[in-house]
Write a protein that binds this ligand. Structure first.
Ligand SMILES: Nc1ncnc2c1ncn2[C@@H]1O[C@H](COP(=O)(O)OP(=O)(O)OP(=O)(O)O)[C@@H](O)[C@H]1O
Ligand SMILES: [Mg+2]
Length: 344
């Protein structure tokens, strides 16, 4: 269940949620979010050692993480890693074989009814009746909740104004995706779950949706999303959990994860006089120097590497004709931790 059809919320576990009354794009800092959430120490979502098998396939095992109120939390991992299975357990669509889950302090299965009005869900492979019009779908969803957001406004905010009277089957993949996000926001939920938020969208639509998600956070909501796009995780998520082969490998902010697992930085520069390369040998942070004619690659750990290299260049008045730095990304972290790239 759960994957095939996005049903109106009263007929099945939560499928939709509600509309932001306004969209803002500047993220709030952690201190402001803490003020908005006095019970910040209580997680919005707590997942404790859950396991789920499908026959002989162990989809997820011993998965644990907390999502803090007001943050954008990402589950990142390659196809088949267990992201959707984890999300569907948290949303109450699937029952884990083992372990415990709390969403806003409630049990997603036992308290499904109470949670329905407080969470919003966008499914990875949702479908709607093909002839339903955009505005009809939004009104139908809105009618299921006592406290629904302004559907027309939501349609505008998601860039669907021109498609308001179009049928679902005539929408492009990206437009369907936006409609599902609109439906997930229709009840103004406290926690929104977005599975594969921007898969299949063009870069412009992707950026628009990132802004929308930041707007949801700005309004004090908690967002849990899955993605296999590292750039998306890095730019959008406050914290991420890396999942591979059904297990959580590490959890942290993107910056923390990069510092922890890939602390090395690289500076590549072109110096006018190759004979001066020896001057880099005394720079404390540099652990390796390689050169190819005038092109020099300097490697070392820590944020100060670049500053020290620049100081060395200035001190010796070395002329540089090219200079660039290479800072590791979450993609590198993933490769380091799992031994394979996310898109293998
Ligand atoms: N209904 C199911 N029946 C049997 N096996 C399943 C089912 N759903 C998922 N699986 C298996 O469980 C594992 C995890 O799948 P899941 O859909 O959770 O991964 P995912 O990380 O969401 O992948 P994707 O990035 O492709 O969406 C995979 O090995 C998958 O084949
Ligand atoms: Mg999935």
């Amino acid at each position: 269940m759960g994957r095939a059809e996005a049903r109106p919320p009263n007929t099945e576990p939560p499928t939709a949620a509600s509309a932001p009354s306004r969209i803002e794009s500047s993220p709030k800092d952690a201190a402001t979010r803490a003020r908005m959430h006095p019970t910040m120490h209580e997680p919005a979502v707590r997942v404790d050692a859950i396991r789920k098998t499908y026959g002989a396939t162990v989809a997820i095992d011993n998965v644990s993480f907390d999502v803090r109120p007001g943050e954008i939390f990402g589950l990142i991992g390659p196809n088949g890693a267990g992201k959707t299975t984890t999300m569907e357990c948290v949303e109450g669509f699937r029952s884990p074989d083992r372990g415990a889950i709390r969403v806003l302090g409630l049990d997603p299965i036992r308290d499904a009814h109470a949670l329905q009005e407080r969470i919003g869900v966008q499914l990875q492979e949702a479908q709607l009746q093909k002839r339903i019009k955009v505005r009809e779908a939004v009104s139908l969803w809105a009618s299921m909740y006592p406290r629904a957001a302004d559907g027309d406004r939501l349609i505008d905010q998601l860039g669907l104004s021109e498609k308001r009277n179009e049928r679902f089957m005539t929408l492009s993949g990206g437009q369907k995706q936006r409609l599902f996000i609109a439906l997930a926001l229709i009840n103004d939920p406290e926690v929104v779950f977005l599975d594969e938020l921007t898969t299949g969208l063009d870069p412009q639509a992707r950026h628009a949706i990132w802004d929308l998600v930041r707007g949801i956070r700005q309004r004090g909501k908690t967002v849990v999303l899955t993605t296999h796009l590292m750039e998306e995780a890095e730019r959008l998520c406050d914290r991420v959990a890396i999942i591979d082969h059904g297990r959580i490998i590490d959890v942290g902010t993107p910056v923390e994860l990069v510092r922890r697992h890939c602390p090395e930085h690289t500076v590549v520069l072109a110096i006018e006089d190759p004979a001066t390369i020896a001057r880099f040998e005394v720079v404390p942070r540099i652990s390796s120097i390689t050169s190819d004619g005038s092109r020099v690659t300097l490697r070392g750990a820590g944020d100060d590497l670049v500053t020290e290299v620049i100081q060395c260049l200035a001190e010796h008045r070395m002329r540089v004709t090219d200079f660039r730095t290479e800072v590791p990304t979450l993609e590198d972290v993933f490769l380091r931790l799992t031994g394979h790239a996310i898109r293998d």
